[in-house]
Design a protein around this ligand. Structure first.
Ligand code: SF4
Length: 431
């Protein structure tokens, strides 16, 4: 979502006659769009500012603006502690950017703008054509969260759930497709809870899929309890909807899920997976995991290992639990850090084995790749298959923006290699 926000922030800044520069030293204005989801987010801001100060030691200081969730959560402290910062702007108020830049340029005032003004934000953005032109683009359709998982800052930094109007989203999709996008990922902190005047995520996806030149649709991130029958059903009928579902579960233990306030059990999760598989057996899953949530015993952790073995996620994102200030879980007793690290290593070892087994199973298989860009100035092109796997092929023809059938000829756990032509040639798979 920060990538989407950064692009929109740039669309706004252009209105004040700013344009992007390749080199930091050339900047008149430096905007740092931050994420607060992991530990040490604020320290990273200070670190970045430190680097910036060095760059501008002998030059006129640029305007320095901190946007995003760190600005929302710790804006006052940032402004007080680091005089180099001119403004902090929350993720729901960045539509005010031009007014704020104007205020700083003219009056040199410090600004802290962290209102939850999400309706006004999208009202402003709707009048500003999205200039993004990536082959694969992000599009925010929903923001905020009402779930209040005990470890998470999102309900406090992004605010309550808000869904954009389907008409506005459709128009922005069309704009992106006109600019050259072939794939759109619909974004929301809780995207599966999208709802606007009776329209659900499934209705929106069906509507968007009618755009001819749009070839692929994805959505992320979902909460397992928000999937309804219609959303599951379109995974069996809509070819443009990609067969990878990111379905965060965080833990394989019912006790921990309850303590996290995740609002579902492991059994419910397995049932949901079965429903998807029934409707479309080729669907695969990825997920997020928090290792060592307060109170996690060896048994709870082993239940998580059992779960990843059973589901065979083709991708997992795992992190050691880190308390986020202001969340209920931050008051709970943490597990010994050595145990946490051991568990993470164990988890990631198993997750990697599963992933490598899956990647090896793709050798000599055909897949469809949407090519996103040329690598450097050479003859290699980067793209992704239906399951979001990274694939690199060599080609004399410029493949950017094209959908091509590719045969996988080799790879490693992160990247697959292939050939566009149907001639089969197999190389080694490096584990
Ligand atoms: S559902 Fe996701 S965004 Fe919402 S509180 Fe839980 S982890 Fe955070």
């Amino acid at each position: 979502m920060n990538e989407y926000d950064s692009n929109r922030i740039y669309d706004l800044a252009k209105k004040s006659n700013y344009k992007k520069t390749e080199f930091v030293q050339d900047a008149d204005c430096y905007i740092l769009n931050t994420c607060h989801i992991r530990e040490k987010a604020t320290e990273k801001v200070y670190h970045d500012i430190g680097r910036l100060k060095k760059e501008f030691r002998h030059k006129k200081k640029p305007i320095v603006v901190i946007t995003g969730c760190v600005a929302q959560a710790e804006g006052d402290i940032l402004l007080k502690k680091e005089k180099y910062i001119d403004a902090v702007i929350g993720p729901q108020s960045y539509h005010q950017l031009n007014n704020i830049l104007n205020e700083i340029e003219k009056n040199h005032n410090k600004v802290n703008f962290t209102e939850f003004d999400v309706i006004k934000k999208f009202d402003t953005l709707n009048y500003l054509k999205n200039s993004g032109n990536d082959v694969s683009s992000f599009l925010t359709i929903q923001e905020g969260c009402d779930k209040f998982c005990k470890f998470c800052v999102v309900p406090y930094t992004r605010g309550a759930e808000f869904s954009r109007s389907d008409k506005e989203i459709l128009q922005e999709c069309k704009d992106l497709v006109d600019n050259g996008s072939k794939e759109i990922t619909l974004l929301g902190q809780n995207v599966s809870s999208y709802g606007y005047k009776g329209k659900k995520l499934s209705d929106l996806i069906i509507k968007i899929s009618s755009i001819d030149e749009l070839k692929r649709i994805r959505y992320t991130t979902s909460h397992p309890i928000d999937f309804d029958e219609d959303l599951i059903k379109i995974h069996g009928s809509l070819k443009k909807l990609m067969p990878l579902i990111h379905l965060p579960i965080q833990s394989g233990s019912d006790k921990i899920l309850k303590s996290m306030n995740r609002k579902h059990t492991v059994e419910y999760y397995f049932d949901l997976i079965d429903k998807f598989k029934k409707i479309n057996p080729s669907i695969k899953f990825s997920s997020d995991f928090i290792i060592g949530y307060p109170g996690e015993t060896e048994k709870d952790f082993n239940d998580t290992l059992k779960l990843i073995k059973k589901v065979e996620f083709i991708n997992t994102y795992s992190f050691i639990y880190s308390p986020r200030p202001g969340t209920p879980a931050a008051k709970m007793k943490n597990i010994d850090s050595l145990i946490l690290k051991e568990r993470l290593v164990k988890f990631q070892k198993l997750a990697t084995e599963i992933k490598i087994k899956y990647k090896k199973s793709l050798l000599r298989k055909k897949c469809e790749i949407l090519f996103e860009n040329r690598i450097g100035s050479g003859d290699r092109f980067f793209g992704r298959d239906e399951y979001f796997n990274s694939v690199i092929v060599k080609s004399k023809e410029n493949l950017k923006g094209m959908l091509k059938k590719v045969i996988i000829t080799g790879g490693n756990q992160n990247t697959l290699f292939g050939e566009v032509l149907s001639k089969m040639k197999t190389t080694e798979f490096a584990a």
